[in-house]
Design a binder for this molecule. Structure first.
Ligand code: PLP
Length: 364
């Protein structure tokens, strides 16, 4: 059979720009730069909720995007609009995933990418992605907030497009995750929980839910209550002031002065939700739990959403059976070193069946 006559062709996922074109700022002239991002699985929890967490709990696993994080949803649109406007290069500051995504989409578009990363704090998987996709990687002796300030000044001086989430096309693309959740569930959940770093994603999700409801795409349900979670060592919104030296194991949310601060507090206040802090310990516990009981490997920052839901559940915040979606923002393989903080090292034995049997007998 020729590809052209293949029946399954109709179900070919074309990426978020084509799939949700009517909701996005594109025209027929916009050249679409895509890696067919989006369409990520919404996975129902089957084991965590047997442990006294009586919720209808789902994970939107954004680690299944082409570069392993939700950043691809925003990057497809940011790069498409950059190419449309004639840009020859893109630049970003990044804790890792933005640079991985920008590098991949710039490679796809055939233009240059420059990424500024903070010193020493970037997960190896993310750095290797930026490098292999051909980005010009500049490591600065400072943190993410320092890197972003430099990048903001650079774009005033050079004809280069900024693709951090202050680029409005990023959030436009990211809002499509809400559309997918409504399409996948057939309604919108009562609660939506996600990690908060620069706060672009919570802003984008809230925008997405509102737009989908306005267009009558999630009719029978009301808008979700938005729950955002910061790491306690990097919780400027919770504390009410910027944090000079943010610290957390969850490097993707190690941000002291979020660019979309107001978007996040608006999402919280308009939806009647909350933005709270979770400790690194709570994050690692949730990270380990979702991997070891549900088979989903996310990165530490991602697990802040589940950690927060577990914390609120303990405080009696939810009603039994409430529907809750947790966004798991990125793939665990990006930062595999963290595994050794929660798991045991492999057991080493001689290459003899007897030796292995001794261990098997202990396990079974
Ligand atoms: C970027 C990122 C975040 C933080 O998202 P914001 O939009 O900056 O709040 C969380 N988790 C992962 C894996 C990320 O890459």
């Amino acid at each position: 059979m020729e590809i052209g006559e293949c029946k399954s062709r109709k179900s070919f996922w074309r990426g978020i720009v084509e799939e949700y074109r009517e909701f996005l700022p594109v025209s027929n002239e916009t050249p679409v730069v895509t890696l067919n991002e989006g369409n990520t699985p919404l996975i129902r929890a089957v084991n965590i909720n047997k442990r006294g967490i009586d919720l209808e709990l789902y994970f939107k696993f954004e680690g299944a995007n082409p570069t392993g994080s939700f950043k691809d949803r925003g990057m497809t649109l940011a790069l498409s609009k950059a190419i449309e406007s004639g840009s020859k290069a893109v630049i970003c500051a990044s804790t890792g995933n933005t640079s991985a995504s920008a590098a991949a989409y710039a490679a796809r578009a055939g233009i240059k990418s420059v990424v500024l990363i903070p010193q020493g704090k970037i997960a190896l998987g993310k750095l290797s992605q930026a490098l292999v996709h051909g980005a010009h990687v500049i490591q600065i002796e400072g943190n993410f907030d320092d890197a972003l300030n430099i990048v903001k000044e650079l774009i005033e001086r050079y004809p280069i497009t900024l693709v951090n989430s202050i680029n409005p096309f990023r959030l436009e693309g990211q809002k499509t995750a809400s559309f997918e959740i409504c399409d996948q569930l057939g309604f919108s959940p009562k609660y939506h929980a996600l990690p908060v770093g620069n706060a672009g994603n919570i802003t984008a999700y809230w925008k997405g839910y509102r737009e989908y409801h306005r267009r009558g795409k999630a009719q029978k349900s009301s808008l979700p209550v938005m729950l955002g979670f910061q790491a306690s060592g990097a919780a400027p919104i919770v504390k009410g002031h910027p944090i000079e030296r943010p610290e957390t194991i969850a490097t993707a949310i190690r941000i002291g002065n979020p660019a979309s601060w107001k978007g996040a507090t608006d999402a919280r206040d308009e939806s009647g939700g909350r933005i709270e802090a979770v400790t690194d310990e709570e994050i690692l516990k949730a990270y380990n739990l979702v991997a070891s009981t549900e088979g989903i490997f996310c990165e530490p920052a991602s697990a802040a959403s589940l950690a927060g839901v577990m914390k609120l559940h303990k405080e009696g915040y939810f009603k039994s059976g409430d529907s809750v979606v947790c966004t798991l923002t990125g793939h665990g393989l990006k930062d595999p070193d963290i595994v050794f903080r929660v798991s045991k090292e492999p057991i080493k034995v001689k290459a003899e069946i007897g030796e292995v049997e001794k261990i098997i007998e202990r396990i079974i």
